[in-house]
Design a protein. Structure first.
Length: 104
């Protein structure tokens, strides 16, 4: 089994307690459906900055800033992509970037 980094982009931020509870429940069900394949459920992330090779810094993460991450175990890329296709952020207008985390 390999490890895959799921990087979340976009999505909406709920404002009401009811919306927050519904979204947390959806994420809990999604993580629960993967069982022990969830290595690190991760967290949302705040506003980011990008350091470029020339030393300059761009605020706000560029064109597609990360909004969160998780570390998931999957048998291969196809399995990881299948798991990502059920992520609740997709229903909130966001997307999931999937990359294999290579052990060194």
């Amino acid at each position: 089994m390999a490890k895959y980094l799921f990087i979340y982009h976009g999505g909406s931020k709920p404002e009401s307690e009811q919306d927050i509870a519904a979204i947390m429940d959806a994420w809990g069900q999604w993580f629960g459906s993967m069982g022990n394949d969830v290595i690190d459920g991760g967290n949302p992330v705040g506003m980011s900055s990008t350091v470029h090779s020339d030393g300059s810094v761009a605020d706000n993460g560029g064109a597609n800033p990360a909004s969160g991450y998780s570390l998931i175990e999957a048998s291969d890329l196809e399995d990881a992509l299948a798991k990502a296709k059920n992520c609740p952020i997709l229903q909130a207008g966001g997307n999931v970037e999937v990359a294999e985390a290579i052990d060194m």
